[in-house]
Design a protein around this ligand. Structure first.
Ligand code: UDP
Length: 259
């Protein structure tokens, strides 16, 4: 097979040129980073699970009318996506205090917030993704007022939908991160949901035990990372009962046979 042209390599994913103009292939790696990449590791099998979980959530979101970059899954680690112009803003949606919010404002982790909180961070690793306000976004022209309106609107819709989805499988959606991109049609553009939605960028707690089923297991050295991601996939109905290791075994088997 001809070598594909790599467009970009991020911390957890690689983007390759797609088969048609305006498309890309998004490859999910097992690499994990935390604390602005100061902590690095691999979670064996994470890429396979995130590819599947993100596909599932993006497909459901499209069904309720949230436009996304997802086109279709290609194989265990890759999906075909629409090429977008990434808006350099990380949109954090919070329902319950945790992580940096708890630290910054001294609010105990697990405290239910009186209303959903949306925060914005400027996507810049060298600067450590600093928190910014609407004013910074307008001042530096990172997104227009209209785009920010659409982004906030979509973030709330995604949150409402995902809270329900996870509540139905005994999981509390504490917080999560979204990224958006622009697609162009002539001189007009619109904003669609991009990147991924997986336990890498969400805090997911078991509704009964408060057990963490997300990347905090890696950040906080709790162990059992892949089992936690598998549990999320299993509860979403993405792993047949009792076949938790089947996907990963199958991949190892394919790799050994060089296919
Ligand atoms: N998050 C993310 N990427 C980032 C920063 C945050 O996916 O670069 C997610 C994180 O997994 C969590 C939410 O956004 O679900 C809020 O993260 P927080 O601001 O508390 O930062 P952290 O405690 O992870 O440093």
């Amino acid at each position: 097979m001809a070598r594909r042209r790599q467009i970009y390599e991020g911390k957890a994913k690689i983007l390759y040129e797609g088969p048609e103009p305006g498309t890309l292939i998004q490859y999910f790696k097992d690499d994990a980073t935390a604390f602005n990449a100061q902590k690095k590791g691999t979670i064996s099998g994470k890429g396979v699970l995130n590819n599947r979980i993100s596909e599932h959530i993006f497909t459901l979101l499209a069904q309720i009318g949230v436009p996304t970059h997802f086109i279709r899954r290609l194989n265990m680690r890759e999906q075909l996506i629409r090429q977008v112009e990434i808006i350099p803003i990380e949109v954090i949606v919070r329902n319950v205090a945790a992580g940096s919010l708890s630290k910054k404002l001294g609010i105990e982790e697990g405290t239910q917030l009186p209303r959903t909180l949306i925060e914005y961070c400027y996507k810049d690793d060298a600067l450590g993704d600093p928190m910014i306000s609407d004013e910074h976004i307008a001042c530096f022209g990172w997104a227009s007022q209209e785009e920010m309106h659409d982004i906030a609107d979509m973030a709330i819709r995604v949150n409402d939908f995902m809270c329900g989805l996870f509540a139905g499988i005994g999981i509390r959606l504490i917080d999560f991160k979204l990224e958006f991109g622009r697609i162009w049609d002539g001189e007009f553009s619109r904003v669609i949901l991009a990147d991924e939605i997986s336990p890498d960028g969400c805090r997911l707690w078991d509704a009964v035990t408060n057990e963490k089923l997300d990347k905090d297991r890696f950040r906080r050295d709790l162990g059992g990372e892949v089992e936690a991601y598998q549990e999320v996939a299993r509860r979403l109905g993405l792993l047949p009962e009792g076949a938790e290791n089947a996907i990963l075994d199958m991949e190892t088997h394919r790799k050994k046979r060089g296919i």
